[in-house]
Design a protein around this ligand. Structure first.
Ligand code: SPV
Ligand code: MG
Length: 431
């Protein structure tokens, strides 16, 4: 009997999937591939039910003969293992980033005479509604909040991009690229104090108050589903910090990062050029343990950020603080540096990992931007944050446009570099 293979990466079965199974049955034995969790988060979206539950669900469908796990979004593993005579897929993958997968599958099949069949994609109001419901589920606080912890377990490095508005949130949510024959996307969002303040035309000195920062989070949450890491600056007074923890938790934020500074906070990238005071280990530990005592869920994370390298207090101080903060209950350590050379960050990570294999490490490679995600993984980093690149790319583009309109006394000269009107008016999906 011929073998027919189709890959599912869905949490809900709708008529489109049933149609594919019905079609597949006409060609032979139907094998469904359940795309694994790690592959799903790069290829599609975060699964709202576990891998095991998805397998169970697929097995329960009439007409399905076998369910296997597909680990590789490019199909290499299953094709090698199963050598299906036919692979079926909805014809929606003929265009868009997924077309790279399609052409790869086609070439793999060609090697042994397998055949690819594109089944017309089912797209109607019911299917659309199911998709919206799934997205809404992922956006709910209780699902979104725990997702950062899940991602740390699921992927070698959690790729996090800055967002400071609904629009930048959408960019982080929706950008998918096909590169080197693979799809990729960001996992999480960073609500940077620098970019949130800059967007409001204010300096990054904890001047933008918490209500305003929460408003930014809310704008982003309304249009996205990915988990949020909040830049909490110093966390403020411990007596206030405990309330911030509760509010963030309730909203569905996954983590707050607080830095061990006190007094007037200035941006770390100023380093020692401005006066900045580091909190004592005791002060910081007290804030961390108070925050941990205040939180109500197991999901929320309080990540301690160490400023010793920024303030040139040395590696030993940084490592001593890391151990103390973990002891006080920190769920992760962020180590920061403003050196171009990543050496001191690598040094810290290697030293920290000698005694602590578990606690997640977070880095923000703004200055040491030559280091790759692969290298960070090799030194035990779990979360990488691209903290300000969207803001820094948008600002010069907008400024140049403003200057050129003033220069030419009309907008024609800038038009070539603008998003076309028909694209901007359809950029945001309507319900
Ligand atoms: C931010 O993005 O606001 C940060 C990271 O705190 S840094 O600007 O590098 O201090
Ligand atoms: Mg900040």
């Amino acid at each position: 009997m011929k073998k027919v293979y189709t890959c599912f990466c869905t949490d809900v079965i709708h008529e489109g999937h049933l149609n594919i199974i019905k079609e597949a049955g006409k060609y032979g034995k139907v094998i469904i591939g359940a795309l694994s969790d790690p592959a799903s988060i790069r290829y599609n979206r975060f699964p709202s039910v576990s891998q095991e539950e998805r397998i169970k669900l697929y097995k329960s469908i009439e007409g399905v003969d076998e369910v296997v796990i597909q680990d590789n979004m490019m199909y290499d593993d299953v094709i090698e293992r199963i050598k299906p005579d036919y692979i079926l897929h909805g014809d929606n993958w003929i265009t868009g980033p997924e077309r790279a997968i399609r052409s790869h599958v086609k070439s793999l099949l060609k090697e042994y005479g397998g055949e690819l069949i594109d089944v017309p994609y089912t797209y109607n109001d019911k299917v659309r509604k199911i998709d919206i419901l799934l997205r809404e589920k992922l956006a709910m606080p209780e699902y979104r909040r725990k997702r950062l912890r899940q991602l740390i377990k699921m992927t070698p490095i959690v790729k996090t991009m800055e967002a400071h508005s609904g629009l930048t949130g959408l960019i982080v949510e929706k950008t998918v690229v096909e590169h080197d024959g693979k799809l990729d996307q960001f996992d999480a969002m960073w609500i940077s104090s620098l970019c949130d303040s800059t967007a409001k035309g204010k300096p990054d000195i904890e001047l933008v108050d918490m209500s305003s920062r929460f408003r930014t989070i809310d704008d982003i949450m309304e249009v996205t589903t990915k988990p949020i890491i909040f830049d909490g600056d110093t966390g403020g007074l411990t007596e206030h910090f405990v309330y911030t923890v509760r509010s963030l938790e309730r909203m569905g934020v996954s983590a707050i990062i607080i830095e061990d500074k006190k007094g007037l906070k200035k941006n770390s990238l100023f380093g020692t050029e401005v006066k900045q005071t580091q909190a004592t280990i005791e002060e910081m530990c007290d804030k961390i343990s108070s925050g941990k005592a205040a939180q109500l869920t197991k999901d929320f994370m309080i990540i301690a950020r160490i400023e010793s390298l920024i303030l040139e207090k040395g590696m030993d101080d940084a490592l001593k603080r890391a151990a103390a903060y973990v002891g006080a209950g920190a769920d992760g350590i962020m180590i920061h540096s403003r050196k171009k050379d990543p050496a001191e960050i690598i040094d810290f990570c290697d030293n920290f990992r000698e005694t602590d294999k578990e606690t997640p490490i977070v880095v923000v490679p703004t200055s040491f931007n030559t280091i790759t995600e692969e290298e960070l993984i090799n030194h035990g980093v779990n979360i990488v944050i691209y903290a300000n690149q969207l803001t820094r790319s948008a600002f010069p583009a907008m400024q140049k446009t403003a200057e050129d309109i003033l220069k030419y006394h009309r907008a024609k000269e800038v038009d070539d570099r603008l998003m076309p009107i028909n694209e901007i008016i359809t950029l945001i999906d309507e319900l």
